[in-house]
Design a protein around this ligand. Structure first.
Ligand code: 6PG
Length: 243
């Protein structure tokens, strides 16, 4: 499969490149095939960025969906010394808490590849939303624009920690505090919509029948946060695909 290095699992996917209301969508047969397809795309984008600029700067999604994709990226044959990892959002939990997004990404992927520790930029969400957002804006500022933002979507249409109707959605800051997230914990830190939209590539992952309804709604509800991420490529599995 395109650019998939040795060691990464093959896939039985029969993907269909479909354009849905707001995005270019690739449908895979299963969650595993989705993880393989998304990992292959991330490797391709990494190689393009490394060849073009000598580095690859990406922000990672949290939640559960990306876990399988991240695990497959352990096997990617990349110049890891030139990869710089940021996070799209983080939950305001103590450092090392099992529910943190950086803990998930490190366990699934980052701890298994030789990315320099200094190139993995966790959000200091343990400091609380406001202080962490201010601190992370100074950390990420010099790295922008991102080459890639990896994103998930919630059943309510949120992405990163940008939730429908939350004032964070309208912020012009680089990084925004969130105080009343409907998905626990309620205190979070998130890259702003502007920062996410400034990324050269945006890649959404959505898996499972629980995401079918929101994928159906996004096309008719441009006000939803995930719908406001422009020119994104979506990787979904058949269970989530409304078509
Ligand atoms: C978080 C994530 C969040 C996530 C979606 C989808 O902190 O929870 O950043 O935006 O990507 O809620 O989560 P699942 O992949 O677990 O469905």
């Amino acid at each position: 499969m395109g650019g998939l290095p040795e060691g990464m699992k093959g896939s039985d996917m029969t993907d269909r490149n479909l354009v849905v209301g707001l995005a270019h969508c690739r449908v895979s047969d299963s969650a595993d095939a989705l993880a393989t397809a998304a990992a292959a795309r991330i490797v391709m984008l990494a190689r393009e960025s490394l060849a073009h600029s000598g580095r690859f700067v990406l922000a990672l999604a949290g939640g559960n969906t990306p876990r399988q994709c991240y695990a497959q990226l352990r096997h990617a044959n990349l110049d890891w010394l030139q990869v710089h990892v940021y996070f799209g959002d983080e939950r305001c939990l103590p450092w090392g808490h099992p529910d943190r997004n950086d803990v998930m990404a490190r366990a699934a992927w980052l701890d298994h590849v030789p990315i320099p520790a200094a190139h993995i930029h966790s959000i200091p969400a343990e400091q609380g939303p406001r202080q962490a957002a201010q601190a992370y804006a100074e950390v990420i500022r010099s790295a922008l624009p991102l080459d890639l933002a990896v994103l998930g979507v919630g059943e309510d249409g949120h992405t990163a920690s940008l939730f429908p109707g939350d004032p964070a959605l309208a912020s012009s800051a680089l990084v925004v505090p969130v105080f009343h997230a409907p998905k626990p914990p309620e205190e979070r830190v998130t890259l702003s919509l502007g920062t996410l939209n400034g990324a050269r590539h945006k890649l959404f992952l959505a898996s499972g029948v629980g995401k079918r309804a929101i994928l159906e709604r996004l096309g008719e509800h441009p006000e939803l946060p995930a719908a406001q991420v422009r020119e994104a490529q979506w990787f979904v599995d058949r269970a989530a695909w409304p078509g």
